[in-house]
Structure formats: structure tokens, C-alpha cells
Design a protein around this ligand. Structure first.
Ligand code: ADP
Ligand code: MG
Length: 434
């Protein structure tokens, strides 16, 4: 019996076909005894005759059944008796992320982060268990109507321990748009940073609604990738946050060394929140949103200051603490003090995303000037990094006393008031004299 006329496989009744994939068709099915609804991937007989494809199909089951995680599609059963091998999985209600994007176009930044962070958690578990997915892309992510995301299709998985590799046959190397450039050259050497690249590329499409590299073919895509010839996401969506653009571009660096080292770090980059537990040094439990920083002024004198995340970020952007790569931060006065790149809250200020080969569009955000009060409060240091537009300073305190800085919103209001008055004055003069 052919795959299209089959009414059942093993103990499962086939209810309807839900998709036609590269490795076979996917059905919604029902277990005859328990009545439970499942998804069944069935390999057609002509493919099952190919021993490499059959081995890969079996490996897909083996890898998926090793992974028990809410964000990875669970494998339930497998059979390769008979001419149509099948793989039984939990049935995920909803649609693939690829279908969702096709249907509704790009999604909001917050929805995209909610989904990609779940996928990253599932992928992180796979990595911890020495599995590299190698085909992370919107079509291989399933999203339920209530927003749960599950990573599917472990058909290209690589086990780093056994190094069993079945890349060369069948459906080829995956999808060029979402694949890391080094994976084009040699998929056998794919490591977790290839998956992180694909996560970044997937997020790119989620927030922009565009494929990361619009190319004419795999070679063209590869050339663009190694040259970082990527249209910056904010050029397509100007109100996307700088942080998300930076996180995407860092994950999609042509050089794997420049990418986050784990899925966890990728999520930290996106949210700006550390996922590590806070150190519990002596009795001083860290206060919510308060950071201690150590920096050196021009004369080499060390200073310790404290402030909220937004205040610290503003001061770093304004260059008040000198070269940010020399500043160390901790959640408690007693430390341990660590370089800023170790803290998700400040990493984007010291770690550069890969430079783009295309000119960047001008920033849509108006630049705000640093307040003189802010500058006067601290021993000035040589500014080795130019001040960038930043977040408003709420308060920033030094070891020797508290300093409440003029709120930058007040400064903004004064600036705008002055500009409006100037405009009115010019208009009046023009009216009377010309
Ligand atoms: N467990 C599942 N529950 C519901 N739909 C699924 C499930 N697995 C796959 N699908 C559907 O089938 C499509 C192809 O599945 P996938 O595992 O990626 O197969 P292929 O190896 O053919 O690419 C998915 O995009 C999704 O629409
Ligand atoms: Mg697939």
C-alpha cells in the first residue's frame, strides 16, 4: 500500500495529512487503544530503501527521545518494520513559525523574544546533551495558539560524542538562509555556534519579516554571509531596539568566535538580564537593580560607584567611567567584580557586533546630550569611547556620598522650550520686518 492510501500504520490510525516534508509526510494520527492524538512522520518506501536515509530517520527518533524538554517536540515511538518506517511524536496544535510568519508577516519585538527564548532553552538542553541541531529555521519551530514554541525536526542532528554523521545524502545541507557560513564549507564540523547563528537568522526574519540574505542561490548567500553583507534589521524596522539589533548581528557574526558562546548568552544578549544566580556573599544580599562599579580615573586612582542599571548604562555611554572595557562590575559591594562583558546588563556596551559591509542607515533615535551636572559629579576620565545616545540617568551614587543628578527629562524639556521660544521669536521678527 502506498503512503497516500494508507489508513493506518502499526497501532495508529491516520486522521489527516498535515504536511509534506523532505523526509516524508506528517499525519495527525490516533493511537488505537489509548485514543491519544499524535503526529506521525512516515517515510515513503522509495526513501526507506536508502540505508543512509533510514539510519538518519532512526537517529532522529533516537535524538528526540533522549531529549525531554517542554520546548522540544517529544518523540514517542518508532518502527522500521515493514516498507514504511514511521516516527511518532507528540502532536503540536498550531502551526510552524514559518507558516505563522507567512500568514501574518513580521511580529513584534516582544512576541519574537518570547518565542525565540523558548527555542533557545530547548536548544540549550540539546547542546548540554551533546546534540547539535544543524537545521534551526522557522519551518522547524512549532508554535501553539497559546504561544508555546517547540523545536522540531531533529533529522539533521549531529551527535558530538559518537560523531555519527549523515549529512551528505538526501535533503542536503539544510537551508542556506539560516545556516552559518562555516556550515556550508563543512557541515561535519558544525558546533553549537552554528545553531546560535541559525537562531539569530531566525530571529532576523521574525522581527523584520525578511529573509536574512536575499540571494540568488547558496553560493551568493555564502558570499554575503562571509562579508557580513546583511541589511541591518533597524534599516528595515526603525523602531526595533538597538539591543535586539546588536544581539542578532552578534549571533550572525561571520566569525564564530564573535558569537555568543551559548544559547543562554544569546538570550541574555536579547533581554539584557543575567540568567545567573546572584552571588550570596556575606549578609549583604544584593539590592534590586543596584550595581557597584570599579573604574580608574585619568590619574590611575580607583573609584567605586554604585547606581541602577539605567544610570550605569548612561554613564558608560557618556564616557564618564572612561574606557568601558576597563570597568568592572558586581551586584554587591564586596564583589566579585567582573569585566562588563560578563554581565548581560552591560555586555552590549563593550562587545561589538560584526561590522557590516553595507553602510548603516542613520539612527532614527534623536541623540541626547550628556548633562553637565553628570560630568561635574565625578572625577573626569579620558574619554576613549565616544558618547552615544543613551537611557536617562535616574540616579548614580558614589562611595563617598549620594549624588542625585538632574533628570535628563527636565533637561530635554528645557531644551525644547528654548527651541520653541526661539522659533516664535524668529517668526515674530519676520512678520514685523518683512
Ligand atoms: N509534532 C508535530 N505536530 C504537528 N505538526 C508537525 C509536527 N511535526 C511536524 N509537523 C508539521 O510538519 C512540518 C514538517 O515537519 P518536519 O519535522 O520539519 O519534517 P521534515 O523532516 O520533512 O522537514 C512542520 O513544519 C509542521 O508543519
Ligand atoms: Mg523540517
Amino acid at each position: 500500500m502506498g503512503i497516500d492510501t494508507a489508513k493506518s500504520v502499526g497501532n495508529y490510525d491516520l486522521l489527516e495529512k498535515v504536511a509534506e516534508g523532505g523526509m516524508g509526510a506528517i499525519y495527525r494520527g490516533r493511537h488505537r487503544e489509548s485514543g491519544s492524538i499524535v503526529a506521525i512522520k512516515i517515510m515513503p518506501p522509495h526513501m526507506a530503501q536508502n540505508p543512509v536515509l533510514l539510519k538518519r530517520f532512526e537517529q532522529e527518533f533516537r535524538a528526540a527521545s533522549r531529549l525531554d524538554h517542554p520546548n522540544i517536540v517529544r518523540a514517542l515511538d518508532y518502527s522500521d518494520n515493514g516498507n514504511m518506517p514511521y516516527l511518532v511524536m507528540e502532536f503540536v496544535e498550531g502551526e510552524s513559525l514559518g507558516q505563522k510568519l507567512e500568514r501574518q508577516g513580521r511580529m513584534s519585538e516582544s512576541e519574537a523574544i518570547r518565542i525565540i527564548a523558548q527555542v533557545a532553552q530547548g536548544l540549550h538542553r540539546a547542546h548540554k546533551q551533546n546534540l547539535i541541531h544543524r537545521d534551526v529555521k522557522p519551518d522547524n519551530i512549532l508554535v501553539t495558539p497559546d504561544g508555546i514554541a517547540k523545536l522540531a525536526d531533529l533529522g539533521l542532528v549531529k551527535e558530538t560524542e559518537t560523531d555519527l554523521n549523515l549529512t551528505k545524502t538526501g535533503r542536503g545541507l539544510g537551508t542556506p538562509h539560516f545556516m552559518a557560513p562555516e556550515q556550508f564549507r563543512n557541515a561535519k564540523n558544525a558546533d553549537i555556534r552554528c545553531d546560535i547563528y541559525s537562531l539569530g537568522a531566525t530571529l532576523y526574519q521574525m522581527v523584520t519579516g525578511e529573509l536574512p540574505f536575499r540571494s540568488t542561490g547558496p553560493l551568493d548567500a555564502w558570499m554575503k554571509k562571509i562579508q557580513n553583507d546583511l541589511t541591518p534589521p533597524r534599516q528595515l524596522v526603525p523602531d526595533l531596539s538597538e539591543r535586539v539589533e546588536w544581539a542578532i548581528r552578534r549571533a550572525m557574526s561571520a566569525d564564530p568566535e564573535k558569537r555568543p558562546t551559548s544559547c543562554r548568552e544569546f538570550v541574555e544578549d536579547l533581554t539584557g538580564h543575567s540568567t545567573r544566580r546572584l552571588p550570596t556573599v556575606d549578609s549583604s544580599t544584593p539590592q534590586q537593580d543596584l550595581w557597584y562599579l570599579v573604574y580608574k580615573d585619568e590619574l590611575g586612582t580607583s573609584h567605586t560607584v554604585k547606581g541602577t542599571v539605567s544610570a550605569v548604562r548612561r554613564s558608560l555611554k557618556d564616557g564618564l567611567l572612561g574606557d568601558a572595557s576597563n570597568v568592572r562590575a558586581a551586584r554587591t559591594k564586596a564583589g566579585p567584580f567582573e569585566a562588563l562583558r560578563g554581565h548581560a546588563e552591560f555586555r552590549d556596551l563593550v562587545v561589538e557586533a560584526a561590522p557590516l559591509s553595507v553602510p548603516k542607515a542613520p539612527s532614527p533615535r534623536p541623540a541626547s546630550s550628556p548633562s553637565d551636572d553628570t560630568v561635574a559629579t565625578y572625577p573626569r576620565v579620558k574619554q576613549s569611547t565616544p558618547a552615544k545616545p543613551g537611557l536617562p540617568v535616574v540616579s548614580f551614587q558614589s562611595k563617598t556620598g549620594e549624588h542625585d543628578l538632574a533628570p535628563s527629562t527636565a533637561m530635554e524639556l528645557m531644551k525644547w522650550g528654548f527651541l520653541i521660544a526661539l522659533f516664535l521669536l524668529t517668526a515674530i521678527i519676520a512678520f514685523f520686518f518683512f
